[in-house]
Design a protein around this ligand. Structure first.
Ligand code: GFB
Length: 319
C-alpha cells in the first residue's frame, strides 16, 4: 500500500556509509533534492562497531531519519574468504544503528539488505515471500544471514514498539565510488578495471572468473538512491521490498558489453577454478514498480557512466 509522508527539506537525515557506493548515491540524491541537513560521518569520526560511540552519536546529532547503507561488502571471493567480518561486523554495525535508532526515537529508518538473502535455488524471479524457504548460497551465506537478521530486527521493532523501520533488498549494484580492488570487488567494477588495464597494456587476453553462465541483474546506484528516498516517503510496511532493474544478463554477456564499452579487442578466457555462485538471482520488483517507481538508467548507459567515473579516479590517482 502506498502512503505519502513527505520529508521536510530541513529534516536531519543520517546516511550511514555515506562514502560507499550506495551511501554516496543517497547523499547525492539528497543534495539534488534540496535536503539541507544530511549527516555523514567518516570511519575515523564514528566507528560503527563501537556501540557506545554510536549511542553518543545518536544522542548528540538527533537524526530524524536514517538510511542504513553502511556494511562490510564484497564480491564472491571476499565473501567466501572472510566469513567473520561479513557475519560479525555486519551484525554489530546494523544492531548498533537499528537498535540505537529505536532507543533515540528516530522517526523512520531504511535498512538496506541484498538479493543474496534468498535461497540459492529459489524460483525466479525472486518474490519477497521466498525468504527462508530453502538453503542459502554457500559463497555468501555469512553476509546473507547478517542481512536477514537486520530485516528481522526492523520487523521486530515495528511489531513490538511501533517503529517505522523498513527494509529494501537491492539487486547487484554498480556505479560511482565502487570498489575496484580485484580481490574484493563485485564483478562489474572488476571487469571495468580488467578490460581497461588490458587495453592500456595491449594484453592479448583477459581472465574472467567462473563459467560465464550465471545470470545477474544490475541496478545503477543512483537509481537505487532514488528508490530509497521514494521508499522513505511512500512505504511503511513490515514486509521488506525488492529493488531491482527488471531483467538480467549472463556474466558472459556482461563481459562482452564491458569489453565493447572499454574498447578492448583481445580475447576473454574463463577461469573455471573460480566459483560461479548462485546460478540466477533475478528480483521480482513488481511490488515496488506497482507503487509507481521505475529505474531510469539502462545497463549500457550505466556502465558507460561507471567507466567515466573509473577513468576520472584513475587520472586523480595518477595511474
Ligand atoms: O559480483 P560477484 O562477485 O558476486 O560475482 P555475486 C558475480 C559473478 O561474476 C560470479 C563472476 O559468477 C563470478 O564468478 N565473475 C567473473 C567475477 N569475473 C569476475 C571477476 O573478475 N570478479 C568477480 N567478483 N566476479 C555477491 C555476494 O554475489 O553479490 C554478495 O557475494 C552480495 O554477498 C552481492 O550479495 C550483491 O553476485 O555472486
Amino acid at each position: 500500500m502506498m502512503v505519502t509522508m513527505e520529508i521536510a527539506r530541513n529534516a536531519r537525515i543520517y546516511v550511514a556509509g555515506h562514502r560507499g557506493l550506495v551511501g554516496s548515491a543517497i547523499w547525492r540524491k539528497l543534495q539534488q533534492l534540496g535536503f539541507t541537513q544530511a549527516i555523514g560521518k567518516t570511519h575515523t569520526e564514528l566507528d560503527l562497531l563501537n556501540s557506545d560511540a554510536v549511542q553518543a552519536f545518536y544522542q548528540q546529532e538527533k537524526p530524524e531519519y536514517v538510511f542504513v547503507a553502511a556494511a562490510k561488502v564484497g564480491g564472491i571471493l571476499a565473501n567466501s574468504q572472510q566469513p567473520v567480518p561479513f557475519l560479525y561486523d555486519n551484525l554489530v554495525i546494523q544492531n548498533n544503528l537499528i537498535h540505537g535508532a529505536y532507543t533515540h526515537g528516530v522517526k523512520k529508518l531504511l535498512f538496506l539488505g541484498s538479493s543474496c538473502i534468498y535461497p540459492k535455488l529459489a524460483p525466479q524471479p525472486l518474490k519477497e515471500e521466498y525468504l527462508l524457504t530453502g538453503p542459502l548460497e554457500p559463497t555468501n551465506e555469512w553476509y546473507a544471514v547478517a542481512k536477514i537478521t537486520g530485516i528481522k530486527l526492523c520487523q521486530a521493532l515495528r511489531r513490538q514498539h511501533g517503529c517505522d523501520f523498513i527494509s529494501a533488498m537491492p539487486t547487484n549494484m554498480y556505479g560511482p565510488n565502487d570498489n575496484y580492488d580485484l580481490q574484493t570487488s563485485h564483478v562489474l567494477p572488476a571487469l571495468i578495471r580488467k578490460f581497461h588495464e588490458a587495453k592500456s597494456t595491449h594484453a592479448p587476453s583477459v581472465i574472467c572468473w567462473g563459467s560465464g553462465s550465471p545470470l545477474r541483474e544490475f541496478l545503477y546506484a543512483d537509481d537505487l538512491a532514488d528508490a530509497c528516498v521514494f521508499l522513505m516517503e511512500h512505504y511503511s510496511e513490515e514486509q521488506f521490498i525488492n529493488v531491482g532493474f527488471g531483467s538480467d544478463v549472463t556474466i558472459r554477456e556482461l563481459a562482452e558489453l564491458v569489453q565493447k564499452i572499454v574498447g578492448y579487442k583481445g580475447e576473454i578466457i574463463w577461469d573455471k577454478s573460480k566459483p560461479d555462485g548462485t546460478p540466477r538471482k533475478l528480483m521480482d520488483s513488481s511490488r515496488l514498480f506497482s507503487l509507481g517507481w521505475k529505474p531510469k538508467v539502462d545497463l549500457e548507459t550505466g556502465i558507460r557512466l561507471a567507466y567515466e567515473d573509473f577513468l576520472k579516479k584513475s587520472v586523480k590517482a595518477g595511474s
